[in-house]
Design a protein around this ligand. Structure first.
Ligand SMILES: C[S@@+](CC[C@H](N)C(=O)[O-])C[C@H]1O[C@@H](n2cnc3c(N)ncnc32)[C@H](O)[C@@H]1O
Length: 229
């Protein structure tokens, strides 16, 4: 299994014993594994069959890691729990495809995180895919635009704790094109943000109830958009 990220290790040190963690787009399970092995309660969500097999393996080793096979947006809309931390690493560009949808996702994530809880999110920017791989259905922004998008979406109700950026390239990376695997060079700049969820304050900033309804409606709208494509 790949190594958990340094920032996820930093997050693990900030959490209290018994914390509830949700790993959205958990993939091969490296972050779910890290949090479960530290005795936190983990919910790992992914829609990909191969990822779910890997996550079941983590569940066999750590029964405190629950595996959910679902789409991230439908999970967020149907889930009634709040978490002490949500991790969303390298999957946002698959989940939303525009500025408004990104802002709606941020509001919805805020509703699913307890006050003083954390969000660890990465946004891949300047992505360069292998020629044969379609970039359709992905939210592709330059590094500057992605940084602006994060800054705009994670303001009210969030406090920035960690900010990092790293460019990387993977020669002969494997990517999915429908059901087949496409191999080619892949590069991107990863924007890493760790936010703390703080109470909303100040004039003109919506109260919790308003935000909750707005966020649920927005994400339900997102799903309708997805289904109509
Ligand atoms: C690049 S991998 C990252 C995996 C993991 N977060 C990590 O850091 O190792 C992206 C993962 O997000 C999942 N994913 C992307 N969009 C999704 C969606 N809408 N619902 C559920 N899973 C999704 C993919 O199946 C894949 O496993």
């Amino acid at each position: 299994m790949a190594k958990p990220s340094d920032t996820s290790r930093q997050l693990a040190e900030l959490l209290k014993p018994g914390a509830q963690i949700c790993d959205l787009g958990a993939g091969g399970g490296r972050h779910a594994w890290l949090f479960a092995s530290e005795n936190f309660n983990v919910v790992a969500v992914d829609r990909n069959q191969q990822a779910l097999k890997a996550l079941e393996q983590v569940n066999r080793e750590y029964p405190n890691c629950q595996v959910v096979g679902d789409d991230i947006l439908s999970f967020l809309t149907s889930c009634e729990s709040t978490f002490d931390a949500i991790v969303m690493w390298d999957c946002v560009h698959h989940v939303v495809q525009g500025e408004r949808a990104f802002d709606d996702l941020a509001r919805c994530l805020r509703q699913r995180i307890a006050d003083q809880g954390y969000l660890l999110i990465t946004f891949l920017s300047d992505i360069c895919y292998p020629d044969q791989l379609s970039s359709q259905d992905r939210y592709l922004l330059s590094r500057e635009a992605a940084a602006r998008q994060l800054q705009g979406a994670f303001t009210h109700g969030w406090q920035l704790v960690v900010e990092k950026e790293k460019s990387f390239s993977i020669p002969a990376a494997e990517g999915m094109q429908g059901t087949s695997i496409v191999v080619g060079n892949y590069s991107a700049t990863r924007l890493v943000r760790l936010y703390k969820a703080v109470p909303f304050s100040g004039d003109g900033v919506p109260g919790d109830t308003d935000v909750f309804h707005a966020a649920v409606q927005a994400v339900a709208g997102l799903q309708l958009c997805r289904e109509s494509h």
